[in-house]
Design a protein around this ligand. Structure first.
Ligand code: ZN
Ligand code: ZN
Length: 267
């Protein structure tokens, strides 16, 4: 059976066996939890076991206590912040055209919508994140995310509830504006989670996407943001590098990279 019809019959099974609420809210929640923890836990294991230390960006490692506290807080926030937000915002998504019926959208529509979401999210996130680095908001809100100066995959969603709402807006504005198919929404969420977990992983591998994808920041880019003092860090974008380049907020990072390259050549 061709891939498209296999997907279509799988989707038919889902919409005939599960209610709209079960699929759109619980389905979305379960997919998010599975993808987030499955992709985030490997970097915790690598850190604990001392694996791949050659590719670790920082020498410092987190203690099991730090990992444990992060995981407990995340479960709490996911259940008591993310889930209620999904329930409350769902009517708005539906109003804007979110659908789950057949036929499934063509891949050209799915991929172009997701690409648009990535660029829109990055743009909104950049400005929102810069605002969070002003003194009052940093002290009272954003410093929670920066408790981890040595990030690991799961720290990507570790933030003050106000920040979850504020920057979460950047993630949902694209789908809210375009009213996609539920399948597109799920794919967008999966890719966005994998991306943010990757940039917080603390590891830069030879197979990391930053080595292949143009404009993609990657783990080194965001790790620098966590490592450096909050007034000097720059690198505010979530996914791409061009916003920081355009607005000159990547100068410190570029200087460091140039220095590292020079040192590399001298060795
Ligand atoms: Zn920050
Ligand atoms: Zn971060």
């Amino acid at each position: 059976m061709a891939m498209a019809s296999l997907l279509e019959s799988g989707w038919t099974y889902l919409i005939t066996h599960f209610s709209e609420f079960q699929l759109s809210i619980l389905g979305t929640f379960i997919i998010h939890e599975s993808v987030f923890f499955l992709s985030g836990l490997p970097s915790v294991c690598f850190e604990r076991a001392g694996l791949f230390s050659k590719y670790k960006i920082q020498r410092k490692s987190n203690t099991p206590d730090v990992h444990g506290k992060c995981i407990m807080r995340l479960i709490f926030y996911h259940v008591f912040v993310n889930l209620p937000v999904m329930i409350v915002s769902y009517p708005a998504f539906r109003y804007m055209g979110l659908r789950r019926s057949l036929p499934l959208p063509p891949w050209s529509v799915v991929l172009s919508q997701i690409l648009f979401y990535f660029f829109l999210e990055d743009f909104v996130f950049y400005w929102g994140h810069r605002v969070l680095h002003t003194k009052w908001l940093y002290k009272h809100v954003h410093s929670v995310h920066h408790e981890h100066a040595t990030p690991f995959g799961l720290t990507s969603e570790y933030a003050h509830p106000a920040e979850i709402l504020f920057l979460g807006f950047a993630t949902i504005i694209g789908p809210a504006l375009t009213g996609p198919h539920l399948l597109t929404l799920w794919l967008w969420m999966i890719l966005r989670v994998l991306e943010t977990v990757e940039v917080h992983s603390g590891y830069h591998f030879p197979w990391s996407p930053a080595n292949f994808l143009p404009l993609y920041g990657g783990a080194e880019f965001h790790d620098y943001h966590h490592r450096v003092l909050y007034t000097k860090s720059g690198n505010y974008s979530s996914t791409f590098i061009y916003m920081d380049w355009l607005f000159g907020t990547d100068k410190g990072y570029r200087k460091l990279k140039a220095l590292e390259e020079q040192e590399g050549k001298q060795c």
